[in-house]
Ligand binder design. Structure first.
Ligand SMILES: [Zn+2]
Length: 337
């Protein structure tokens, strides 16, 4: 069942998709850009459903044969590209799955829609093969791609594509959803909302993961008294991140660091406990808020930003982790009185 109403937030994007479908004037290629688990695939399918809907009224109607076929997952003119490998989309995937197939007219609809998920996995050659179709698409063809990164796409592909960014869902909407639909108590909903940063899928993953609590424990243990940890201790902590598979764990650790110090900064400037994520560690949060100066908090948030930039430019996770932990340890403190 593909229903725009089931997607929380993204009002502008949903309205835009419906408007395109209702106007009957569509482009040949779209690229939906958003984080992992941000609902891109659902959006792509809802969009395809609206574009294919046969109703004279508002699309998608949910009642016509086309809408029903979409919901049943067997629309003959909406094709999700299958790939031979999981990690990459290769030139043959595009040639066989798209270029050779797209020349065949739609089965019964006016349009023939291809959905390419995770388009960032397309190799350069695959993108160049796709470009051939984008340069001269058949009039009935629409290609809807989803990707976590528009930067992974060739400029030549991007220039022939309408980019549709998925925006973060407002925190309050995520919090409400967790409490209402997943029956999570408010103080826990606050925690997951803070970590999800506008990604509802991620919030749900966190809420149902048993590992989250463990990683939280680990992060808290590390951050408590980090100022006294020796260089070699921090080095040992950072070392496991050299494993590529641990990259997402490091991202999680960065989230914990960000929220831990944000809590302390909020407490330092307001003296209030409500709204803090690490409320159960309030004694430590108070201590940290006293010890670190405002400039020190700035040092930490700058170091977090810098870490992200370094990861984007492919500096090894181990090195980034090492530098970040040292920056956090050595941030500016309040003068002792
Ligand atoms: Zn319909």
């Amino acid at each position: 069942m593909y229903d725009f109403n089931s997607i929380i937030g993204e009002e502008q994007l949903k309205e835009k998709m419906k408007a395109v479908a209702n106007s009957g004037k569509h482009s040949h290629a779209y690229l939906i850009v958003g984080e992992k688990r941000s609902g891109k695939t659902t959006l792509a399918n809802c969009f395809a459903k609206a574009l294919q809907c046969e109703s004279e009224g508002n699309k998608p109607c949910g009642m016509c044969l086309s809408c029903m076929q979409m919901d049943a997952g067997n629309h003959p003119d909406v094709i999700t590209l299958k790939t031979a490998k999981e990690e990459t989309i290769g030139i043959n995937d595009i040639r066989e799955g798209l270029n050779d197939d797209i020349v065949i007219k739609p089965y019964r609809s006016e349009k023939k829609i291809y959905i390419i998920e995770d388009a960032q996995k397309m190799t350069r050659q695959a993108q160049n093969a796709l470009l051939k179709t984008l340069e001269e698409p058949p009039s009935y063809a629409v290609i809807i791609m989803t990707t976590t990164s528009a930067e992974a796409m060739l400029q030549t592909v991007l220039s022939r594509t309408i980019v549709l960014p998925v925006r973060p869902v407002p925190d309050e909407a995520i919090r409400r959803y967790l409490m209402k639909n997943a029956e999570i108590p408010d103080y826990r909903a606050d925690v997951f909302t803070a970590f999800a940063r506008g990604n509802l899928g991620k919030a749900m993953d966190l809420a149902t993961s048993s590992e989250f609590e463990e990683s939280k424990e680990r992060a808290v243990t590390l951050l408590k008294g980090i100022e006294e940890k020796s260089y070699s201790t921090l080095y040992v902590t950072a070392a496991p991140f050299s494993d590529k598979k641990k990259a997402s764990e490091f991202n999680e650790l960065m989230d914990f660091i960000r929220i831990w110090y944000r809590d302390a900064l909020v407490y330092k400037s307001t003296g209030r406990e409500e709204g803090l994520i690490f409320r159960e560690e309030i004694q430590y949060i108070k201590k940290v808020s006293k010890e670190i100066s405002y400039e020190g908090f700035e040092d930490i948030f700058k170091a977090l930003k810098k870490s992200q930039a370094m990861l984007r430019s492919n500096v090894s996770t181990e090195t980034v982790a090492d530098l970040l932990l040292i920056a956090v340890r050595d941030c500016r403190r309040e003068p002792e009185d």
